[in-house]
Design a protein around this ligand. Structure first.
Ligand SMILES: *Cc1c(COP(=O)(O)O)cnc(C)c1O
Length: 411
């Protein structure tokens, strides 16, 4: 253990040529939290087990990029699924500092309420179901509900308490077939919602299938319903449709506001190479841990379950205490690499629940206690898109499955 911290800190500062020195030990993190409560920042400096770092500068950069791509339209930031792994309230608090971000969208009622409890003041849109027993709390917290069920005009006011106009967005299904009122049934239903007088409709929205030409057809369907509704004097509020894919590839769908998630957090939604050429994003999240074992294999020695790696010559290997339970993909053995001390090392053997093994090579250039970066922004090879691609995984799965119980450190 002696010298562990020093070795670890030196490694941190040295990760990647482009990384500004930001030793973890010198500046206490601006904030640390887990889903289950706060933890002292010092714990991270001594910690071997994985932790998640959230980078405000990268978030600021990505907000600016998205806002520019969207022609300055307001950004409704999607922070569902633990804000794509960053941590719901940690991410929302950082995003809320930017004027371009005018509100937040989530899928679960509990997340909407947690945002308010954390002091988030902007617009909060619940894009999911509002169960009967949650309606009153949601309305009291000024969460905007999504209207999409046939009986919403009766059900929701009955649950909201008397005399409140329920803040809401109308959710239209234009071909996604997942959520929303089917567009071909929407007109009389929207008229009924308006006639009830129970709703304060602030927006109307839809989601794309993200399937090239069909997206344009979906947009035309959406426009058709909105135009006819407005022609009848019914309020639709602000229109929004574009997720990150639409922000990049469908300018005509930017409408009154955009609704991206993954791009804000620094990963590319659909075609990373093409999107990077349009606008460079920075990963706002890193997954790191400290090396717990360094050993020399003899020729013929094997590594991990199934003996899928057998050394054909003497070589050093290091064990990291992070595995697929933390969201590091099992497929990482297919070509993903890890940064330790500014160098890249390949993942070998098998990714197990709590351990990953990397090959160091002929020289023991890694020590117990060195910081390993499995995901991050400083080196292209560990950018979440690169790790996802090398592992045959979806970058969405990778980020959203980052274990919510790991500490989040803002740095
Ligand atoms: C997840 C989601 C988004 C954001 O998608 P990204 O691809 O992460 O930008 C937007 N709208 C809806 C309805 C969603 O479910």
């Amino acid at each position: 253990m002696q010298g562990m911290a020093a070795a670890g800190l030196g490694t941190m500062a040295g990760v990647g040529p482009a990384a500004a020195p930001r030793p973890m030990g010198s500046a206490p993190a601006a904030g640390v939290g887990t889903r289950h409560g706060a933890r002292a920042p010092q714990a991270i400096e001594e910690r071997f087990d994985p932790w998640v770092e959230v980078h405000p500068d990268a978030l600021a950069h990505n907000v600016a990029v998205v806002s520019r791509l969207a022609g300055g339209r307001p950004v409704l930031a999607v922070v569902k699924n633990n804000a794509y792994g960053l941590g719901l309230t940690v991410a929302a608090e950082l995003l809320a500092r930017h004027d371009a971000v005018t509100g937040f969208a989530v899928v679960k009622p509990e997340d909407a309420l947690r945002l308010r409890e954390a002091g988030i003041e902007g617009e909060i849109l619940l894009m999911g179901m509002s169960p009967d027993d949650a309606v009153r709390d949601l309305v009291e917290a000024d969460v905007r509900l999504s209207l999409y069920l046939d009986d919403d005009a009766r059900r929701l006011p009955a649950r909201a308490g008397s005399d409140v106009r329920i803040p809401a967005h109308v959710y239209l299904d234009t071909g996604m077939g997942r959520m929303g009122m089917p567009y071909h049934r929407a007109l009389p239903w929207m008229a009924e919602l308006a006639a009830s007088g129970a709703f304060d409709v602030r927006g109307t929205f839809m989601a794309f299938t993200e399937e090239g030409d069909f997206d344009r057809e979906q947009l035309a369907r959406f426009r058709g319903v909105v135009d006819q509704t407005r022609a009848r004097g019914v309020e639709t509020g602000r229109l929004h449709a574009a997720s990150s894919n639409g922000v990049f590839h469908l300018p005509e769908a930017h409408l009154d506001a955009v609704r991206p998630g993954i791009a804000l957090f620094g990963s590319y939604p659909s075609r990373p190479d093409e999107e990077r050429a349009m606008a460079e994003l920075r990963s706002a999240v890193s997954l790191r841990c400290r090396v717990v074992r360094v050993e020399r294999l003899r020729a013929g020695d094997s590594v991990s379950y199934g003996r899928s790696y057998v050394a054909d010559r003497p070589t050093w290997v290091a064990t990291l205490p992070a595995g697929h339970v933390d969201a590091y993909p099992r497929g990482a053995v297919e070509g993903a690499r890890v940064v330790i001390g500014g160098r890249l090392y390949p993942v070998i053997g098998a990714v197990s629940a709590s351990h990953t093994i990397v090959e160091i090579g002929e020289e023991p250039t890694v020590e117990v206690g060195d910081v390993a970066t499995l995901l991050g922004g400083e080196v292209d090879a560990v950018h979440p898109n690169a790790v996802a691609e090398a592992s045959g995984a979806s970058v969405y799965d990778l980020l959203m499955h980052l274990d919510p119980s790991l500490p989040r450190v803002v740095t």
